[in-house]
Structure formats: structure tokens, C-alpha cells
Design a protein around this ligand. Structure first.
Ligand code: ATP
Ligand code: MN
Ligand code: MN
Length: 305
């Protein structure tokens, strides 16, 4: 008799077909979340996550022994990955190399089965890996810097970008900082993307040297925010919106409307529970208009000179 229920709900039955080994394995000890909970999270959030990662070369952070065990980033297909985990050949200096790519719920679930917790796409599609279609300014605050300062940094960047006629969008990372993301259509060569991002980060550091630095060195960061422009190069990744983070509390990277920043008190505000409930309540995409932005770096680069 139970079968009848399953037949009425083919998607449920289908998902149940996916084999999840060790569903009881503890992944987030402090939040009390198991591998089955992680799979549940990604099943619920597959649609918005796919909007971020489908068709892009992808790295995943795998944590076979939970977030307190050893982690590793993986960008190539590994043993035991399911049939929905695809690869895309990417030209590199010493020949071509196969990068991971998924475009389905099944693909996500198969990576979760391999203990993937975090999803990190390129700022380029697999079809055009040489063209950057989204810039990411990754705001990395020094330890103990009040979060308010990170919000100010994001707004400052938004204003600067606006003055260059570039619209931008903001997300929490689930960690310590925020990402300011700029869609590019038409896309840009990686050289242009990197030069532009570096130039803008340097301009901020020059204008407010007590607040911003454009070098990664932690020693130089002292009470300041590193405007990490290094996400903008071929092969670099940034965490996807709606990815879980392998950090205490099971936080999630979440896209926000700019007018929500005022009420935000932490980049780890949303977690495996609250991110899906927020998503369900949304009346429209906080990044509404992202895909419709028609803006390129060509004009902006000239203005910046
Ligand atoms: P936080 O807000 O805490 O800084 P974050 O995701 O921005 O969170 P970063 O350390 O600033 O963390 O890294 C930025 C991005 O760079 C990551 O989202 C990830 O995609 C990529 N990255 C960082 N470290 C590695 C690594 N060891 N290997 C591959 N990619 C990495
Ligand atoms: Mn960061
Ligand atoms: Mn960084």
C-alpha cells in the first residue's frame, strides 16, 4: 500500500533512490547535523544552488570526517563519483584537464554522497572558460573588526562600482565577510577582469589606507579589510550562494538585497535551518535583475584610468 503513495509522488521516490551511505555520520557536531541532514538541505535548496553552479567548472570542499576532520578542495572527478557528476575539459598550460561540473539535483546529491559540503564555481561558464561573466570582490576583514565595517566596505564598493555604471549584488559568505558580485554581460577576458578588480581594490586602499588593503598578507591587515580581488582570475573560485559552509553552526552563503545590510550583524547569520526558511518566504529573488544586467568592463576600465 505504501507503494501507491510513492507512485503519486515520483520526485520523492526518485530522490529516495539515491544511495546515501552512512546517513547517520555526524558532519556538524556542534549543530548536530548528519550526512542525511546535509543531503536534505541540498535537496531542498538544489534549485537556487543550481542557478549558481550549473554549467560552470566547479570545486567542492569535501569533508569525509565531518567539519572537524580533514578537508580538501577537489576540482577534478574522483573515484566513486556518480553518473550525474560531469566533467568539462579545460585547457591549461600543460594540456587539457577535466573539471567537475553538475547541472542537476542528482549531480548535487552524488557529490554530497562523496561528502561534499561546499560548492565553489568559477566566474565563467564551461562553454566560455576564458570569459569572466561575474566579478567577485571578496571582503576579508581582520580578526575582531566590527562587522559594521564590513558592511560599510560593501556599500563603499557598491557606490564606486555605480559611479562606473556597474550594478552590483551582495551576499554573506557564511564566514566572516561579504562578497560584492558584479555580473558582466558581455563577459570580459580574464586579464581585463583581474586588472579591473585589482585597480579598484588599490583605489580603495589608496583612498582610505586606514580601512582597506589590497595585499593578502595577514600582517598588513591589522584592523583593516583586505579587498580580495584575487577571485577574479582564470581557475579561481568563490563560494556559491546557498552553499553550506564547513564551519561551526552550519552557516550558509546567502544573497541579500542591499537594503537588508543595515539589519545584518554577521556574515554567518543564516544557517542550514534559517537559510531555507528565508528562501521559502522570499517573494522575489534578492538578486532580482542579476541576469538581466547588460554591463561590460570596457567602458568601466576607461573611466577608471
Ligand atoms: P570568509 O567570509 O570567511 O572570508 P570566504 O568564502 O570568502 O569566507 P576566503 O578564504 O576569503 O573565504 O576565500 C574566498 C574564496 O576563495 C572561497 O570562497 C573559495 O572559493 C576560494 N578558496 C579559498 N581557499 C581555497 C583553497 N584552499 N582552495 C581552493 N579555493 C579556495
Ligand atoms: Mn572572504
Ligand atoms: Mn579571500
Amino acid at each position: 500500500e505504501d507503494k501507491t503513495v510513492n507512485e503519486l509522488e515520483p520526485t520523492v521516490a526518485k530522490v529516495a533512490d539515491l544511495k546515501l551511505t552512512h546517513p547517520e555520520r555526524v558532519v556538524f557536531p556542534d549543530a548536530g547535523l548528519s550526512k542525511a541532514d546535509v543531503a536534505d538541505y541540498y535537496r531542498k535548496m538544489a534549485e537556487p544552488l543550481l542557478a549558481e553552479i550549473a554549467g560552470r567548472p566547479l570545486s567542492v570542499l569535501r569533508c569525509p570526517d565531518g567539519i572537524e576532520g580533514e578537508h580538501f578542495f577537489q576540482k577534478h572527478r574522483g573515484k566513486g563519483m556518480g553518473e550525474h557528476v560531469h566533467t568539462v575539459p579545460i585547457e591549461e598550460k600543460n594540456g587539457s584537464s577535466d573539471y567537475l561540473m553538475v547541472d542537476s539535483v542528482e549531480g548535487i546529491e552524488e557529490l554530497v554522497q562523496m561528502n561534499a559540503i561546499e560548492f565553489h564555481p568559477w566566474g565563467a561558464t564551461a562553454k566560455k572558460p576564458d570569459q569572466c561573466d561575474r566579478l567577485v570582490f571578496d571582503l576579508d576583514p581582520a580578526n575582531d573588526l566590527p562587522f559594521k565595517r564590513v558592511i560599510e566596505a560593501a556599500r563603499m564598493l557598491r557606490d564606486r562600482l555605480k559611479s562606473l555604471n556597474l550594478e552590483s549584488f551582495v551576499r554573506t559568505t557564511g564566514g566572516k565577510g561579504l562578497h560584492v558580485v558584479v555580473p558582466l554581460s558581455p563577459a570580459a577576458d580574464w586579464d581585463a577582469a583581474k586588472d579591473f578588480a585589482h585597480a579598484l581594490a588599490s583605489a580603495c586602499a589608496k583612498a582610505e589606507p586606514n580601512r582597506y588593503v589590497d595585499v593578502a598578507s595577514k600582517a598588513r591587515r591589522n584592523q583593516r579589510i583586505f579587498i580580495d580581488y584575487l577571485r577574479n582570475s582564470r581557475g579561481a573560485t568563490s563560494v556559491a550562494s546557498y552553499s553550506l559552509r564547513a564551519r561551526p553552526g552550519a552557516p550558509v552563503a546567502v544573497p541579500l538585497r542591499w537594503d537588508e545590510l543595515g539589519r545584518l550583524d554577521s556574515a554567518a547569520k543564516y544557517d542550514a535551518q534559517s537559510a531555507p526558511s528565508r528562501f521559502k518566504r522570499l517573494k522575489r529573488d534578492p538578486w532580482d535583475g542579476f541576469d538581466r544586467c547588460r554591463q561590460s568592463l570596457t567602458a568601466a576600465l576607461k573611466r577608471l584610468d
